[in-house]
Design a protein around this ligand. Structure first.
Ligand code: ASN
Ligand code: ZN
Length: 351
């Protein structure tokens, strides 16, 4: 590639000053990274400015290689000023960490596994309280928020881009139980990206740890997360365990039990019955359960989602295929395979 990627200084909103990948083109810097992905809409991973519209817009450019001011975008301000760039810094940092997590932890290139470059459009719509992945552009849109701050924290970007991995692999149908699993897969990816970034981008040379097990805490103006993986019912709408009725819930709620399963698998359960981490279903498995750590839990989940699940996988099928994955990775009867069984039993799936 003729374009040379250089490292700029990004003043991010949630992670302080971060090194961001940019490209020097004719004396100006573009927020574009040709070392992470190829082809796609911009020929490289990139951040664009939707500038309050609904389409992607143009790649961010700057005369120097220092970007943003670490502050929330102020509605009505110029989107070429430092405030406008901060959302782009958040986006690039989250996207670099998402790409690196997939590559360095899982050996998976970009979202589709074939290294097709993706991009993020920042400042979509006006005061927009959402971020979303679109499989049409294989890209992501980030709003500036109204109840939220700019929706570009690492867990949110990891979540949305996780939809791209699922779309390219199991393609779990986005309704019913499969929809809950699709959402949960994105929450899992979000937490892993958060942990990866906090571990300093060292991949599996250091244990993945330090994520907060809640989604979107940083972007929340009142400090209340969107979802609690260790106790989904704290949101007032998500169940903590599987039942026949969860298929009728919105996918952001039916994801809850699988999120809790994943928390138990990684972190174990707390023996204190009054703690948020305790599951009443653990009484079925008194020996349960010590966690196997985020790194192993993610490998088992990733293998199941990318090679075993189908579009109609439900909780029971996910449980069986997670056990298969754990057995293939760590052996039949391994502590990891047993931990998967116990984590699912703890949410009322299987014995
Ligand atoms: N941020 C949401 C999600 O990724 C967008 C949506 O509800 N479709 O699930
Ligand atoms: Zn989602």
């Amino acid at each position: 590639n003729m374009l040379q990627t250089v490292i700029g200084v990004g003043k991010s909103q949630y992670n302080g000053e971060v090194p961001i990948s940019t490209t020097l083109v004719n004396g100006a810097y573009q927020m574009k990274d040709s070392t992470r992905g190829k082809g796609g809409a911009y020929g490289a991973m990139a951040i664009t400015n939707a500038n309050h519209g609904s389409s992607a817009g143009l790649i961010y450019t700057n005369s120097t290689n220092t970007w943003g001011d670490g502050k929330q975008y102020v509605e009505g301000g110029s989107t070429t000023n430092a405030n406008g760039q901060t959302a782009a810094v958040n986006a690039m940092w989250g996207l670099m960490n998402t790409y690196d997590t997939l590559k360095n932890v899982m050996g998976w290139l970009s979202l589709d596994g074939h290294d097709t470059a993706t991009y993020i459009a920042a400042h979509v719509n006006t005061a927009y309280d959402n971020a979303y992945y679109s499989d049409t552009c294989r890209c992501m849109f980030i709003g500036d928020g109204s109840m939220f701050y700019s929706l570009g924290s690492n867990d949110v970007i990891g979540h949305e881009m996780g939809h791209g991995v699922t779309a390219a692999t199991s393609n779990l149908t986005y309704s019913g139980e499969s929809g809950g699993l699709n959402e949960s897969s994105s929450d899992i990816n979000g937490e892993v990206v958060e942990a990866y970034a906090r571990a300093g981008g060292k991949g599996d040379t250091v244990p993945l740890t330090g994520n907060d097990w809640v989604m979107g805490k940083e972007i929340s103006k009142n400090g209340t997360p969107l979802r609690w993986m260790y106790k989904p019912s704290k949101d007032g709408s998500s169940p903590d365990a599987w039942s026949t009725s969860i298929k009728r819930l919105d996918v952001h709620y039916s994801s809850g039990p699988n999120n809790r399963m994943f928390y138990f698998l990684s972190q174990g359960s707390n023996a204190d019955k009054n703690s948020d981490q305790y599951s009443k279903y653990l009484v079925k498995n008194p020996g349960a359960m010590s966690g196997i750590g985020l790194d192993k839990a993610y490998r088992i989940w990733f293998k199941a989602n990318t090679t075993k699940f189908t579009s109609s996988t439900n909780y029971a099928d996910a449980r069986n295929k997670m056990v298969e994955s754990a057995e293939e990775l760590y052996g039949k009867g391994s502590k990891e395979a047993i931990a998967v069984q116990r984590a699912y039993a703890a949410i009322n799936v299987g014995a």
